[in-house]
Structures are given as C-alpha cells and as structure tokens.
Ligand binder design. Sequence first.
Ligand code: SAH
Length: 239
Amino acid sequence: MKLGLIYGLGFLITTLLIPQKQNVQDMDFKEKRFKMVAEQIQSRGVNHSKIIKAMQNVERHLFVPRYLQKYAYQDRPLPIGHGQTISQPYIVGLMSQLLEVEEGEKLLEIGTGSGYQAAVLGELGGKVFSIEIVKPLQRRADFVLDSLGYENVETRYGDGYLGWPEQAPFDGIIVTCSPTKVPQALVDQLAEGGKLVIPVGLKNVKKLVLMEKKKGKIVQRNVIPVRFVPMVDSKGNAY
Ligand code: SAH
C-alpha cells in the first residue's frame, strides 16, 4: 500500500512537475531571447525588421552545449568545443544585416561552428550553404539544423578557403573565421551585386570588412574592429 503510494507520487512528479518545469524553462529562454534582441541588437543599431524577427525566432540555447544554455542569451561569445566559439549575438546580427538578404538569394557561410549563424540566415528566406572544417562540429550543426527543420540550410565538411564552387555564384558570403587576407576564391564566387562580409587582418588587429561586387569591381569598406577565431587549413595552420 505504502509502496503504491510512493510509486503513485513518483509518477505524478515525473508527469506533472517535470514537463511543467520544461515549459517554464522554455518561457524563460523566450523572455531572455527577446530581451537580448532589444538590449544587445536593436539598441546598437541593428534594426532591420527581418533580422530582428530572425533573431527572436532562432533558439540560440539549442546551439550551445547543455551546460552553457543558461548563458546563451548573454552579450558574449561562448565555447562550443574543439577550441571554437559561437559568436556574440550582436556580431551575428550585424553581419547578417550587412548582407541585405532578399528572399530566394543564395548565401555561403564559411565556419558553420554551432550552426547558429546559418539558422539566422536560413530565417531570412534564402538558400544557405555552410562549410565547416572540424568534422564533429559540422555533423552536430547539421543534426541540430535538420532537427529544427531548416530545409533551406545545407552544411558541408571541408575547407572554406576554397569556397563552394559547385554552388557559386552567391549573392552573399559571410565568413565567421578570420584569415589574414581575403581568399580570392570567395571574391570570385560572388555574384554581380553580391556582398562579402569578412573579418580580416593580422592576429590581433582584425577588422570586419564589407565588400561589394559592382560591375565586376570590388568596392570595400571597414565596418568595426572585431575578434574572431582564425581561418585554418586542414592541418590547422592559420591562413
Ligand atoms: N558561425 C559560427 C561561429 C563559428 S566560429 C556559429 O554561428 O556558431 C568559426 C568556425 O570556423 C569554427 O567552427 C572553425 O572550425 C571554422 N573554420 C576555421 N577555418 C575554417 C575553414 N578554412 N573552412 C571552414 N571552416 C573553418
């Protein structure tokens, strides 16, 4: 009799309390996400409604390791394993806005990492191709993106220094690791009118650069100083 009561109580606790806790946590994440967008993104001038909506939609906590989920909406990059990081939310918003993505455009990302940036781009209505050089990261990002239903986002394991020639040209290219010089293959794979957003420069002096192909020529401007993990080749040597 007593045992039955204990089992009964146990059942009640697992079926009623645990799912409820989950819902409370999801609500909590949603609240934090909207706050993040207002305080870290909009307040710093990333204001395009499509970007705001995309960043309100993408559940950033699902792209970071479980033990870091509670920090997912803070104003900073976070480790994602293999010595890599998911970028600060503001940088993701800024870089996405600079691309000025239109419905149906073809986009390329170098450095899939967690898949978060790719998901934000996926929300903008384009077709996203993303390359990652660390295989376990690529596989995990691919799994997360698939399970969240991003059918317009495709990832590939490989060296993004060479771009993705089979899918070129691209209307937008976003590079989330940093080389010392802009890879020529990426410039070549840019469509007419296309934009390339890339953090570039020597070790500790990286700047975010926006390049645009206009009548075959490259017009370029520096946006802000930034910090990014290096772009590396298959042996781990920095480009
Ligand atoms: N966009 C990511 C941030 C990733 S950090 C996100 O939203 O989470 C940069 C990533 O670039 C790392 O995962 C790193 O492994 C990858 N990377 C570095 N050099 C690369 C290369 N040559 N080709 C493709 N990916 C590269």
